[in-house]
Design a protein around this ligand. Sequence first.
Ligand code: BGC
Length: 717
Amino acid sequence: MRRYLYFLAIGLMFSCLQNESNKAVVATDIDQLVSDMTLEEKVHMLHGSGKFTSAGVERLGVPALTSTDGPLGVREEIQNDSWAAAGWDNDFATFFPAGGGLSATWNLELAEKYGVAIGEEARARNKHVLLAPAVNLIRSPLGGRNFEYFTEDPFLNKQLVVPYVVGMQEQDVASCVKHYAINNQETLRGSIDVLADERTIREMYLPVFKAAVKDGGAYSVMSAYNQFRGAYLSENDYMLNTILRDEWGFDGFVMSDWGAVHSTVESAKYGLDIEMGTEIDDYSKWYFSDALIEAVKNGEVEESVVDEKVKNILRVMVKINALDTTNRKSGSINTPEHLQVAYDVAKESIVLLKNENDILPLQSAEIKSIAVIGDNAKRKHANQGFGAGVKTKTEVTPYDALASKYPNVTLNYAHGYAENYLPNDLNRNWGQPIDYTADPELVKEAVEAAKKSDVAIVFAGSNRLVETEAEDRKGLTLPFAQVELIKAVKAANPKTVVVMIAGAPYDVSEIDAEVDGLVWSWFNGSRAGDAIADVLFGEVNPSGKLPVTFPKQLEDSPAHATNSFPGGPDVVTYEEGILVGYRWFDTKNVEPFYPFGYGLSYTSFGYEGIQAEVADGLVTVSFTLTNTGSTDGKETVQVYFGKSESAVDRAAKELKGFTKVALKAGESKTVTVEVPVSELAYYDVESSDWQVESGTYQILVGASSRDIRGETSVSID
Ligand code: BGC
């Protein structure tokens, strides 16, 4: 009976939740539920009771909280108490393009569709929480998790996160936005103390989390492994209490990263709600288990602190219809619609880096044979490496796609380069030292394939053993001596195109100098191969733009120029401050190899009549964009702001607006980008607040951060 009453009350709560003025009702009912729980019941809701679950209170109708990894898609089911596969035969999921791919689309509608689709999949697997998106700012090209993250730019980052989180949470799944915060390297991630000044964290590293919470309404946040200013993120009063809860008004729960908790009392007081992944088999020995009960009993932690944590969880459960499940969405998984989303994202994420002598798009009518060369032509990227992957039924490789789309074309396959790793710790299947020598036999085979084909396509790049959680890369050099292979193939067939498949910058200078056609794809999901084939043959006009800067050499990148990556053994100081990514290159006049925002198209775009005006707290930038070529296409126009006279140090320019515009061949459109004046604020450490300086702001509109097509300025009072 009691259980029934709760459901009734909670059903009521749901309808009340739609109505702001009734929030008090919700609070009362959750209060009641908590007051009916014993201390033990409450505390056991605050720690893992399995690899991806924490306990509920069955007698009161509170289910165990279930979570699953993203961000590449819903992770395969594992056993409750071990990382071994559960052995289900119905835990297949769609492999969605990794973060780098999504951000390279610069398409917010796709970000929302992505969120909806991945949310539906998590619901269909009956999860409450999806551990995604992963949004830490890309500080160094070597970051092991760059492939999962979005970008080096805080504005692009926060624009993408909001529709993603909203779309996901509409499916009755809580997004757990990770990893909060200032977690930008894998080296020593479990211990390193990050030091970054206040303006830097406010302007660069926190905006994405703030937007996820304040604008996206994220229901949960994952506390990161590292320390920040001397305290672990799972017990960081400043980050969890002061900023997240007090300043941003976050009322969901903070879940620790797996094994990121180091204390009972501090974690309890300083803002952690749920402890996950502690490496102790006996759950009662975890920090937030018997030790927390003890701490409450002996007065070190107030019981009200425990109550608040339980309420944080229950509030989310109400919002995702997990208590009264009558109206709960049921989700769907592995659907054709989700594969379509994966394809749509992949096709808009592919970046055309070089296209000379009209080598691309390939003309299918003229091509009878293709040398398909390289391990990445057939490699699947849904799994491997340390960390979460996806068990998927569908992963179309480039080879598969070419074979099925062009059945009359002969494909001469050659492996090209062996994925060789030097012997290391054989228990690990990730982060192995890489072999940089070419295998002469494989090169010979590739050359023969190239010679007898109309065109050669080398599928090069990296893979998920090279780019992996828990380890940063050692340098920018491409593994497996691929440059040598590409040179040999090009010598054998001048019509050679290279497709890079990777999630982070590499040194591609020699390849760029060698071949006429260079295309960049990512760990791009279940239909990656289809998207690549469609770009190569012009079924899709490429429209991806780089969300990160490619340096000419590692030392040109800010964290490396300042010799502050990865730091250690105890501390890393972010010496470059606010000059992350292109902000550094532009301000210090360092020429990048490929600039932030760069990407070509099979057509060309003209920008004319750029003007701007300020009214009602908005800067409205407008101009005419024309597709000046003969192919339909999409252009991402980018609006950067600069302020040469300023009371504070500023980057030469900062992205403040963008929009992706589709234009038919020859078509013109008036494009308008609105930038709230508040976006121009810098974080003032004196007043601990955002300040918009008055004066003149330069506005630069372009096709990349280094391809500015027009300038104007506005004056702000
Ligand atoms: C990762 C998280 C992940 C968790 C659970 C950790 O190693 O940092 O991103 O969600 O494991 O798999």
